[in-house]
Design a protein around this ligand. Structure first.
Ligand code: SDX
Length: 426
């Protein structure tokens, strides 16, 4: 019977060490016993982008990058996108099970009745320039929310913690819509409790002088599917930021603000905006080969392509591509689609992309739908942050309640100066 251990021989000393293997991992701290001299610090592992380091144990989301599998709490993303809705998925991520009807209704009621923001927060939004990026506005206002709910610091009081979770999920669409209305010089459209979570977001984005905004059901459903697909993705850059910042025991508003900051980057959630701008820059189908040539020459990246985990087609991209056609039946075909399809066709046949296992990811087709739904390009990353809030909070809560959690404080390999004495340069 093979032992679940790793035997390490240190060729510097000839000594051998046996470290246990659990869940296909060894504990990095077990390397510290490997020394040359007794008073050595001992070995560490070096993994600058944590490409091969498990930072936590989790039961929330499972991804198999080679097989293109994504499951929330064991449910395949394809089934959730087809049969569920975003609020139900948010509950599933946070509490581990699909809610019974009565529990779902209470959950939806609670969220619906927390959508209004403190009137003073409007003053923060009013203070931004008209051309401020909506992600910058969201980052600022979510961080500011921590000052409106000082009790949120009591993160180990379950009742207080659960109330902040509901507030954040409920208010994110309001903050996003208010940022959009500010950038357009439009009056804020307040929440409508009579429509769905996603319908209310569309209401706050697009309601004008009519007495009651009526969301188009096809668009409402397509957006809700996109919210489901963007809800969580295990230890991605922004979830890692929320966990790391949250490990200092700061309030959840500040931890989620850290997630928004990480998601803002063009290599992460900002890629949906960058991918759309890239398709606009290509301009027409016949210019795609020239553009691909430039990418292969190292002039920039194919935005919306590639993934640290998926080395096959991102399962979310497949669902989004299908949803796009349903949206276009209502909104009319997006002319950029033929450019996107040509980029995908060429890239999937080209050795450069095949060798690097680069496929369309969640951000490649999303922008086409958002643009056809009338959203301005700079709000695309905000449309990622809204649903990802439930994933971030599920990860944050799991981190807080994990007995192994300690404040995140990595080590380093120091390659700087040795000790030297001060000598003024005059
Ligand atoms: C999201 O982690 C998550 O789960 C994130 C996310 C989530 O739901 O939270 O899925 C959401 O962030 C999706 C990814 C969105 N980003 C983009 O679409 C931006 C473009 N993609 C890349 O920059 C890149 O693919 C990353 C950042 C997504 C992943 O980068 P890795 O894993 O660090 O890969 P790498 O940079 O080490 O690249 C490996 C090789 C390199 O070539 P060589 O140096 O070996 O010659 O592949 C090349 C890269 O140059 N490469 C690309 C490319 N992505 C990688 N070349 C052209 N176009 C690309 N998009």
């Amino acid at each position: 019977m093979s032992k679940e251990t790793l035997t390490i021989i240190d060729n510097r000393t000839g000594k051998s060490y046996e470290v246990p293997i659990t869940h296909e991992t060894i504990r990095a701290i077990d390397l510290r016993q490997i020394k040359v001299a007794e008073n050595d610090f001992g070995l560490m592992s070096y993994d600058p982008a944590t490409e091969n380091t498990a930072s936590c144990k989790s039961t929330i989301t499972f991804i198999d990058g080679d097989k293109g599998i994504l499951r929330y709490r064991g449910y395949p993303i394809e089934q959730l996108a087809e049969k569920s809705n975003y609020l139900e998925v948010a509950y599933l991520l946070l509490y581990g099970e699909l809610p019974p009807k009565s529990q779902y209704e209470k959950w939806a009621y609670d969220i619906t009745h927390h959508t209004i923001i403190h009137e003073s927060i409007k003053k923060f939004i009013d203070g931004f320039r008209h051309d401020a990026h909506p992600m910058g506005m969201l980052l600022g206002t979510v961080g500011a929310m921590s000052t409106f709910y000082p009790e949120a610091k009591n993160i180990f009081d379950e009742g207080i913690r659960e109330k902040q979770i509901r507030r954040l999920i409920a208010k994110m669409p309001t903050l996003a819509a208010f940022a959009y209305r500010h950038s357009r010089g439009l009056p804020y459209a307040y929440p409508d409790n009579d429509v769905s979570y996603t319908g209310n977001f569309l209401n706050m984005m697009y309601k004008m002088a009519e007495a009651k905004y009526k969301p188009n059901p096809v668009i409402e459903r397509a957006l809700d599917i996109l919210f489901i697909l963007h809800a969580d993705h295990e230890q991605n850059c922004s979830a890692n930021a929320v966990r790391a910042v949250g490990s200092s025991h700061v309030d959840p508003y500040s931890a989620v603000a850290a997630g928004i900051a990480a998601l803002y980057g063009p290599l992460h959630g900002g890629a949906n905006e960058a991918a759309l701008r890239m398709l606009v820059e290509i301009g027409s189908r016949d210019k795609v080969p020239e553009f691909i040539k430039r990418i292969k020459a190292g002039e920039g990246r194919l935005m919306g392509f590639g993934h640290r985990i998926y080395k096959a087609y991102d399962p979310r991209a497949k669902i989004i591509k299908e949803a796009a056609y349903q949206v276009f039946e209502v909104t009319g075909m997006n002319p950029l689609l033929e450019i996107a399809l040509e980029v995908e066709r060429i890239a999937l046949e080209d050795e450069y992309f095949i060798k690097r296992r680069l496929y369309p990811n969640v951000d490649f087709y999303t922008g086409l739908i958002y643009q056809s739904l009338g959203f301005p390009v700079d709000i695309f990353p905000v449309l990622f942050a809204i649903p990802r809030t439930s994933g971030w909070l599920a990860q944050w809560k799991e981190m807080l309640l994990d007995k192994e959690t300690k404040i995140v404080r990595p080590r380093q390999v120091y390659l700087g100066h040795e000790k030297r004495d001060y000598r003024s340069n005059d």
